[in-house]
Ligand binder design. Sequence first.
Ligand code: PEP
Ligand code: MG
Length: 755
Amino acid sequence: MTQAPGLSGARMLLKRLRNVMARGGAAQMRLDQTVKLIAAEMVAEVCSIYLLRAGEVLELFATEGLKKEAVHKTRLRVGEGLVGDIASHARPLALADAQHHPQFAYRPETGEEIFQSLMGVPILRAGRVIGVLVIQNRTRRQYSEEEIETLETVAMVLSELAAGGELVSQEELRPGDGIAVLPLRLDGVTFCPGLAKGIAVLHQATLQLQQLVAEDPEREAERLTGALEELHSSIDRLLDAGDLGGQGEHFEVLETYRLFAQDQGWRSRMLEAVQSGLTAEAAVQKVQNDTRARMRDVSDPYLRERLSDLDDLANRLLRHLLGADAPGARRLPEEAIVVARSMGPAELLDYDRTRLKGLVLEEGSQNAHVAIVARALDIPVIGRCADLMEKVGEGDPLVIDGDNEQLFIRPSDDILQTFAESMRQRVEKRAAFAALRDLPAVTLDGVQVDLHINAGLLMDLPQIAATGAAGIGLYRTEIPFMVSHEYPEVARQTEIYRKVLDGAGNRPVIFRTLDIGSDKVLPYWNRAPEENPAMGWRAIRIALDRPAMLRQQLRAMLNAADGRRLSIMFPMVTEIAEFDACRRLLELELTRRRQQGRTMPEPLLVGAMVEVPALLWQLPELLARVDFLSVGSNDLQQFLFAADRDNPAAAGRYDTLSPAMIRVLEDVARAASAAGKPFGLCGEMAGDPVAAMALLCLGYRSLSMSPPRVLPMRAAIRNLNFGRLQAYWQAVRHLDGATLRGALLDYALDHYVPL
Ligand code: PEP
Ligand code: MG
């Protein structure tokens, strides 16, 4: 009987295989050695490798056991014969009696008629079939599950060699219609919510340069200057097209981009490179390479954004020099999803907006310039999808599920059906939610909850009306600072805050003073790197060390309010003395204003965020000083559990509804209620209906959340009977366990609370 390789045999096979791979030499030679090795180790008389070639053809590339003259001659269409069947279904096949299988296709040149059994597995690369690995035996052999697995593992290792481009060019490996390509799901981060379905359009920014060295530097300098002029006017045309609508930070971002295009430093570095003997194109690329090298070293996401603007500009300039079209100038499929490693903001605008349905990025961040522009275009964006460019091919069908931070590549029929169903439900839900917009957020038994939005961009303002929110519970003032190309002076700040107050109408707005530091870095501000920036020099720690900055901000807020209601909140307060110091700076500004005879805000409310656990033991003193408190549950949780909020491995371990967090939230609520001071919560948990149920029971009546959460939260609250929930809460709240989420979820499901 034929012997299967045991577990250690399989390991040994892989080890030997790795040695063959590592040895170097021509890929074909390594392939020949590989089939020999696999045949011996798998105790098979035959081992063959078929690779996919253009036209959906599987070609025999190497064999041990079949006739050598068949190599590079035997070809099967995908779907033809057993090998073609494995490729078309992307699944293994193990047959003791292969010859009598209806799919068996006899090829006389191989001499395979003497082999009865066959086991084959697809060679996959990023979910696509790029070949088939087969072993055959003369006798009837029942291949075991373990053997199939071993062959699949071997095929995985082989895929590296096969996809290396030496055997079959990368172009040939592109998928076509008949080949089975496995559906894939990639997790990412939603930069712009929503659902989209479309065809992948790969954003290829790289251009091939033919001529690198120039004869006549003066002529190259002229070409470069000419191309720069063309670049400037083309950017002006693009940005002044005026079809983005409204106002907002995307204009700021695009203006910055326009300014960068005129940067003298960039221009002179390129001219210098031309003087050293490079062609204009090569000079642009040299400076671009330097920028990219800097990008690799820069971890600061905002500085990276600026460098990526420069990268984008360099591509544009190169295209002007080469007379090449922009990647976005292509004709798009009717529903297109652009796929890119990273992208500049203007590059996205090159694409036909009527056909652009979504964007997926391998890199990027929430505040990436391209994400801000995409938000203005209102298309869903998912970023930080690892290995995206490797896994998506041009023309692949894609589904973006922004709600669940997922991208589906080549989705299966059931995913497409689910997508269609989600779209339908979404439309229905939107209509149902929209109907709730003007109804109060009040429980069935009359408990009223104020639902506010968290905002930071001017483009968030229309969300107040769209969601019927009670106001802005947290206006993150650092966001406009982060998207600006220079530090905004008092006049600019005043203008922004005035627009916010005007946009909110007579609904209250809580302005939080600058919470920079940690992951929020200002591009125009060089700071020394910190080991632990989240616990370092940030928020009011910076403000108190640089009081002029805080005073300017407070002055701008007072100017913007111009006699209206003004609520100011200080972030990251850790000690009472810090709050007092912030307040003193505010007093100085108020005095100055009074002396100038200018209008004073009415009323003026000053509050603090509860984000640092140290405050929990200073609540009475703090409450004696503030007009209101707002719990920043994101940071509070991070510091309470010593778990980085941006690190899923750490943050995911602890739930917002854990007993410790519940007690802390309860302490704040009790102390604030006893002091008669308004309090609320503005971290992410405020937008989670299950967490909100707990918050309601703890006494919270004011929640501030990201805008898309407001209407679902209103629906949940309107379906709750607070009295019953409270009774249930009393029964479960002291139960042992890591979190109360399960218990509250059960309640919600039992009582038809929409989640
Ligand atoms: C928080 O920490 O919960 C909060 C609302 O502030 P940010 O998320 O801006 O740090
Ligand atoms: Mg915070």
